[in-house]
Every structure is written in C-alpha cells, then in structure tokens.
Design a protein around this ligand. Structure first.
Ligand code: NAP
Length: 448
C-alpha cells in the first residue's frame, strides 16, 4: 500500500492553518507537520488582530479543530534558517507550504524616523498584543500622536490609543500594557493620508468603530467638500467611508475627552526632535501626473510625542528561498513557488501574505489557502513517492527543544488562569522567559 503523503507547513498563522484545514479535508490520509518559530500557534490572530476585536480572535477557536486530527502535529520553536533548512524540509516532506506572513515594515525614509517615539505600527501592535519579541513602549508623556497611513492597521492603533483603558481591561492585553495605556491619556491623534478620503484603504466597519468612539471629537481636514460629498459614482466601500468621515466631522461632541483628526493630502517631510519625537513636519500633496503624488512645498508642523507608521507590511527574504524584493513575496504562480525566472520549484508552495503581499482580512486567507492546496494535491497525485527523511527526529537528535500542541495548551491554560484571577477571559503570557517556563515541561516522546 502506498504510504500517506507528508506535508510541512511553515507558519502556524491563519494562512498555514487554513492550508492544513484544506489539506486534511481533501485528503484523509495526508500527514501534516505545522512548524512555527513561536511556541504558540495562530500567528496574526494572536499577535496582529487587536485585543478588543474578540470576534475575529475567535477564528482561532475554529482553526484549533485542525489539531484534533491525529494526522496533524504542531512543532513550535523551530525557525526556518536557524533550526531547519529549506533542503532539510524538502528532503523530509512530499510538499512544503511556506505561510510565514509579512513580518517586515515599510519605511518612510525621512529624517528623524529613528528617533525615540517613532515606531512602526507593527512594533506597537506586537507590544499591545503581547508578542514575546516586542520591545516595551512608554506612553507616559505622550499626549499627541501621529499615525501615518489610512488603512485598517492605522485604525487599530488609533483606536487603542483613544479608547478608555476601562474598555480594554477585559481583553487579553498583558498587564504592563494596560498599565501603560492607563498611565497618561492621549488627547489628540492625527491619522494622516498622503492622498484623499476617496483613496483610503479603510474598510467601513473598522472606520465606523473608530469614528464613533464615545466622547471623541472628530475633525476631517485637508480634503475638499467635493471629495467628502456623496457620489453615486463611487464604489460601495468608498462611498460608505466618505459618508462615515463626513458624518463624524459634523457630529458635535460636548466636552470631548480626546480628539481624532483625519488629515488628508499630506505626507511626512521629516520627524523633529533631539533624541525623542517632538513634532512632525508634513508637506501638503496634490495629485500629479500618471497617478503620482506631487509635493506643494507647503508645510505644516504637528506637535507629537509618538509617530506610528501604518504604511503596510512586507514579507522577509527567507534563507535559501527565492524572493521578490519589489513585492516582498516569495515568487509564485497561484501558490506554486517559482524561481526568479518563473520556473516552478516542485514540491514547494506558499500561502497567505508571503504569497500575495500584505493585503486582505483574515478570511481572505481561506480561499487563498484552498487555491494553493488544490495545486499541491494535483501535483502530489502526479508525483512518484520518494524516500523521506524524518525532520522532527533530526531536530530531536540535535537536542533541539520544540513545543508541541500540549505545550501550547499549557500556555493557554496558564493565560486563562491568569485572566480568571482578574475577571478576564485571558491575560497573555508575553515574555520568552515566562513562555519557555511553561513550555519546557513539553512531552517530546512523539519526536523520538
Ligand atoms: P494597507 O491597507 O495597505 O494601508 C496602507 C496605507 O499606508 C495606505 O493608506 C497607503 O496609502 C499608506 N502608505 C503606504 N506608503 C506610504 C508612505 N510612504 N507614506 C504615507 N502613506 C503611505 O495596509 P495596512 O493598514 O497595514 O493593512 C494590511 C492589511 O491588513 C489590509 O488588507 C487590511 O485591511 C488588513 N487589516 C485588517 C484589519 C481588520 O479587518 N480589522 C485590521 C488590520 C489590518 P497609499 O494608498 O497612498 O499607498
């Protein structure tokens, strides 16, 4: 009898888990090993989705079902390039799916970007979501913040800055984060777009939530009345976004506790301060030729002690793998990895942001994974089986400590216990030291 196919998925975020779900649903013998650098599964659901978006976070509960299959194993604390190579994976599995997301930041490339208080939204999100690699963020003294970019990540970080901490207290945010958010109240947040309200990347639900925060006054500046007018010619999302902005700006808020300013047609010229951010100089922009932006040499300074650039994420180059530096993805055709010349690399696939770039909501990864898995299974059906090595056994022989699903369940239980003691559903275990303490008692029997 032919042996079962073995597939490795690298990255236990939504893309990787949707791929595992599609694989096990379509092939009832396939064996799947899901590797992750962290001892915890769920990737962006755990470390990217905002803590107060509990509905989206609950997708993790659905995805957890994939680990109930005896044919699926979680192998955490294994990093591609550090602990295992591309060649080892290809020798150990019939197919490898890279689902590593987009963990690098886009930069503004302006003077002052390196000042203390100038961060990427990714760093800020990692901090409030309790990622073990995150550096602590100090908000004491931050009264005014500038968020650069007009997409959903900008909405998330602006909302976390503006929400009363009492409304975040029942989330899974680590205690030091809640303490910091409570330490000093931010009074003004500017969300700055280099183009107009009709060119934003917001989705309506997310923008509506931000624009309707209690006791927050909203202003919309830099756009013309025409740009903010109702226009039947606009697509539905854009029309709704413009309506939300217009209505929020028209609303009177008596005795606001904070202000949210949308400022359009401005780009960051430089960030000023000695060692810490003190203000941001913006240049007024206007549409140029060929859909390009043009600077107008009209400048405006905003006082700010925090600048968050929410201008998109990019994939990282992975050791030994082809990479498209322009798009920040592994080159591929519908999920089949190719080299730089477009030649398909047999047995290697991609899913999620490393496949298509950092676009789309969590659910987008489901259909994306199905496309990849469909090609993978078609290719496997047409491929002669070959002898495979045993990668987990190789890791064990090297003394590599891994975290299995039982180890994650211990972290999960520890977080729930901690939360329960405070009347919350969960409080994140947010440092490597604490995580590894919980993980180290992992039962490694199955890898030997
Ligand atoms: P995004 O949607 O691509 O938005 C990036 C924004 O940054 C755009 O407004 C873009 O403006 C601007 N930008 C890019 N380069 C810039 C520069 N040099 N200077 C000034 N502005 C610049 O990216 P994102 O907000 O990081 O979100 C990534 C994906 O995750 C999106 O698909 C988003 O919907 C999704 N997401 C969803 C949720 C949710 O559903 N709750 C939450 C967070 C993220 P231009 O258009 O002018 O380039």
């Amino acid at each position: 009898m032919a042996r079962a196919h073995r597939v490795a998925i690298i990255g236990a975020g939504p893309a990787g888990l949707f791929a595992a779900q599609a694989l096990t649903a379509r092939d009832d013998t396939v064996e799947v090993d899901i590797y992750d650098r962290l001892p915890t599964p769920y990737g962006l659901l755990r470390y990217g989705v905002a803590p107060d978006h509990t509905g989206i976070k609950r997708v993790a509960e659905t995805l957890a079902a994939v680990f109930e299959s005896r044919r699926v194993r979680f192998i955490g604390m294994v990093e591609l390039g550090r602990d295992v190579t591309r060649e080892e994976l290809c020798a150990g599995y019939d197919a490898v799916v890279y689902a590593l997301g987009a963990s690098a930041d886009a930069h503004l490339d302006v003077a002052g970007e390196e000042l203390v208080g100038s961060l990427s939204a990714r760093e800020f999100v990692a901090w409030y979501d309790g990622h073990p690699d995150a550096a602590p963020v100090e908000l004491a003294g931050v009264r005014e913040a500038v968020v650069v970019g007009v997409g959903n990540v900008a909405v998330d970080v602006a909302r976390v800055l503006l929400k009363p901490v009492a409304e975040l207290a029942d989330t899974d945010m680590p205690d030091p984060v809640l303490g910091e958010l409570d330490a000093d109240r931010v009074t003004d947040v500017w969300v700055v777009g280099r183009r107009g309200p009709r060119q934003t990347a917001f989705t309506a639900v997310e923008l509506r939530e931000l624009a309707n925060l209690a006791e927050v006054e909203v202003t919309v500046d830099g756009a013309t009345d025409e740009e903010l007018s109702d226009d039947e010619g606009l697509d539905r999302r854009t029309r709704t976004v413009v309506t939300i902005l217009r209505e929020a700006a028209a609303r009177t808020v008596t005795a606001p506790r904070a202000r949210l300013h949308f400022l359009f047609w401005h780009r960051v010229w430089r960030i000023d301060g000695d060692t810490e951010v003190a203000s941001v100089r913006l240049e007024r922009t206007e549409p140029g030729t060929d859909h390009r932006l043009r600077g107008t040499e009209h400048y405006r300074d905003l006082p700010a002690q925090l600048v968050l650039r929410a201008i998109g994420y990019r994939g990282r180059r992975l050791p030994g793998l082809p990479f498209d530096p322009v798009r920040g993805v592994i080159p591929n055709v519908e999920g089949r990895v190719t080299d730089a010349h477009g030649t398909v690399q047999p047995g290697e696939y991609v899913a999620g942001w490393i496949k298509r770039g950092a676009t789309g909501v969590i659910g987008t990864n489901k259909s994306d994974a199905v496309q990849t898995v469909t090609h993978l299974l078609t290719d496997l059906a047409a491929t002669e089986p070959r002898d495979l090595t045993d990668v987990p056994a190789q890791l064990a022989a090297r003394g590599k400590q891994v975290a299995d699903f039982a180890a994650w369940l211990r972290v999960d239980a520890a977080e729930r216990d901690r939360g329960e003691a405070q009347g919350r559903i969960r409080t994140k275990v947010a440092t490597w030291r604490e995580l590894t303490e919980v993980v180290t008692v992992a039962d490694l029997d199955w890898v030997i």
